[in-house]
Write a protein that binds this ligand. Structure first.
Ligand code: SAH
Length: 272
């Protein structure tokens, strides 16, 4: 798939896509990342891309003209109708679900704002969807575009070495990921939970699933809505069995809070 990024800072985007898993995927041609700079379509000597807002107020606004030309250039290079996204604090929240949806689009155009934002008429006329990476304000859309490219890129077939790895990660099953451990078995006064050393893969899978539920209950209880009553009951039972040392090593600090939230989830399930 191809991302065409409209940005005043192309190096920032290209540099950000040149490392790790995404960098390798770009190198292998599994993902293409190209940039277009609206400044290249300015006609005045100062190469102006922004101006003061009508109605007054702080911050400059990006002119529609240079962006219009950059969008036209981006669209003309697309073999299929592109998905057009404006990275924006006002947008709908970016989620793993949207990342998976975007993988189905071979062409994605990403518009990065700067200053106070972009003239709204450009966004309307070119039918941009607005997507936010979180409830805070960045000084530009480039970091947001990189976040989106990275999270979407991981779902492109063949980008993650082991196709299964994305399926076990946080959010893949609507839960946060279970805790992970590597060598040494004993580090400081913390031990790797015994069950992970035993080699019984069915048991390990179950344990990890229960721990994922407990971790989710601790940090993101609203995600528990995705679970069946049986899973919640099993996780509660597991919580009671966990030794103090395992709780410490796995980061389950708020045991009473976890119990309360799981019990509340069960009550919700039985009440009409
Ligand atoms: N005045 C705007 C913020 C402009 S910040 C507002 O109040 O909403 C400059 C640019 O940074 C924006 O045009 C947008 O492209 C990008 N940006 C800022 N916060 C973002 C966020 N949470 N998610 C995605 N893009 C963001």
């Amino acid at each position: 798939m191809r991302f065409t990024v409209l940005t005043l800072f192309p190096e920032m985007v290209l540099q950000g896509c040149s490392h790790g898993v995404v960098g390798q995927a770009v190198h292998d041609g599994k993902i293409r990342v190209e940039t277009l700079n609206p400044r290249d379509w300015t006609t005045d000597v100062h190469h102006t891309v922004d101006d003061r807002p009508f109605g007054g107020g702080d911050g400059m606004v990006m002119l529609p003209g240079p962006l219009e030309s950059a969008v036209a250039k981006a669209v003309s290079g697309c073999s299929v109708p592109p998905r057009k996204i404006y990275l924006s604090a006002r947008g709908r929240p970016f989620t793993d679900q949207l990342a998976r949806e975007l993988v189905a689009s071979p062409e994605v155009i990403l518009l990065c704002g700067r200053y106070g934002g972009v003239d709204q008429r450009l966004l309307e006329a070119e039918e941009f969807e607005e997507v936010s990476i979180g409830d805070y304000v960045l000084s530009g859309g480039e970091l947001a575009a990189l976040v989106l490219i990275d999270a979407v890129g991981r779902h492109v077939p063949g980008v993650l070495g082991n196709a299964l790895s994305a399926e076990n990660e946080s959010f893949a099953v609507g839960l946060l990921e279970h805790p992970q451990f590597t060598r040494p078995r004993q580090w400081r006064d913390l031990e790797v939970p015994e069950i992970l050393l035993g080699g019984n893969h069915a048991k390990i899978r179950q344990w990890r699933h229960h721990l994922a539920i407990l971790i989710t209950a601790q940090t993101r209880p609203e995600l528990l809505a995705n679970l069946s009553v049986r899973e919640v009951r099993e996780a509660l039972a597991r919580l009671d069995q966990l030794a103090e040392s395992v709780r410490r090593a796995t980061g389950l600090k708020d045991v009473e809070g976890i119990r309360l939230r799981l019990e509340r989830r069960l009550e919700m399930a039985v009440s009409p």
